[in-house]
Design a protein around this ligand. Structure first.
Ligand SMILES: [Ca+2]
Ligand SMILES: [Ca+2]
Ligand SMILES: [Ca+2]
Length: 235
C-alpha cells in the first residue's frame, strides 16, 4: 500500500489516497478521497500493473491532481512514465516515455512554479537529484545535484522555489589554485554588494528586503555555483 496526496477534485484542498496491489488481477487499485476525514473513497479504480510505482501530479496545470505510474522496462532497465489527466481508468494521456533508470526513485513536483507537475528521479545510493521541467524524455533541467546522504528517502515538495546558478563553461576539475569560499568571505561580499547598490541609489525598501535574504556556503555538485530560494525569504 502506498499513500498518495493530491487535490483530486481541484477545490484547492489536498486530500489523501492509497494505492493497493490487487495480486489476483496483477493491477494497482487507487482509492482516493476528497475529504481529510475517515470514510469511503470517492474514487476507486484500477490503473497500472503489478510492480509499477504510483506517482501523482497536476500534469496539465488545470488544478486537479491526477494519477500516473512508473514501470521499469525489462529490456532497457529504463523507467517508463505513464501519466493520466483524469482520476479514472484508461490509457495514459501523455504517450509513455522513458526518464531515469532502474534503482532510481521516481519523484514528481512543480520544480519551476509554473503550475505543472513534472518528473524527476532520485538516486538513493549517492543522494543525487535530477529534475526535469517537462513531462517528456530528455536531460534534467535541474541537476544532477547532490542533496542528502546515501540511503536517504526523497520527499519532494513546495518548500521554496530553487534555481541553480551554473558555471558557464561547466565544471573545471582539479584546479588546486582555487581556494574554498568561507562564510565570512561570502558575508563580506554580500555586504559590499549591498553597499554598491546603496551608492547607486537603489530604493531603501528594496535594500532592506535584499538585506534580509540569507546567504550560506555549502557543498554543491560540479558546475553549480549556487542555488537560490527566492520564495523562502519573501524577496
Ligand atoms: Ca480537493
Ligand atoms: Ca491536472
Ligand atoms: Ca512545473
Amino acid at each position: 500500500m502506498t499513500p498518495v496526496v493530491g487535490d483530486w477534485d481541484g477545490d484547492g484542498i489536498a486530500t489523501p489516497g492509497v494505492v493497493e496491489f490487487d495480486a489476483a488481477n496483477n493491477v494497482l487499485i487507487w482509492k482516493l478521497r476528497n475529504s481529510n476525514s475517515p470514510g469511503a473513497p470517492d474514487f476507486v479504480f484500477a490503473y497500472g500493473g503489478g510492480g509499477a510505482t504510483p506517482v501523482v501530479g497536476d500534469w496539465n496545470g488545470d488544478g486537479i491532481t491526477t494519477i500516473g505510474v512508473v514501470e521499469v522496462d525489462p529490456a532497457t532497465n529504463f523507467l517508463v512514465w505513464k501519466l493520466r489527466n483524469s482520476n479514472n481508468p484508461g490509457a495514459p494521456d501523455i504517450a509513455p516515455f522513458a526518464y531515469g533508470a532502474l534503482g532510481q526513485v521516481p519523484i514528481t513536483g512543480d520544480w519551476n512554479a509554473d503550475g505543472v507537475t513534472t518528473i524527476g528521479v532520485f538516486d538513493p545510493t549517492a543522494a543525487i537529484w535530477q529534475l526535469r521541467n517537462s513531462n517528456s524524455p530528455g536531460a534534467p533541467d535541474l541537476g544532477p545535484l547532490n542533496y542528502g546522504i546515501a540511503g536517504d528517502r526523497p520527499v519532494p515538495g513546495t518548500f521554496g522555489v530553487a534555481a541553480a546558478l551554473r558555471a558557464r563553461d561547466g565544471a573545471v576539475v582539479g584546479d588546486k589554485a582555487a581556494g574554498s569560499l568561507s562564510q565570512a568571505a561570502l558575508d563580506e561580499t554580500v555586504a559590499a554588494a549591498l553597499d554598491r547598490l546603496r551608492s547607486a541609489g537603489v530604493d531603501s525598501a528594496l535594500l532592506d528586503r535584499l538585506g534580509k535574504a540569507g546567504f550560506k556556503v555549502g557543498t554543491l555538485s560540479e558546475a553549480v555555483l549556487g542555488t537560490a530560494f527566492p520564495s523562502a525569504t519573501g524577496c
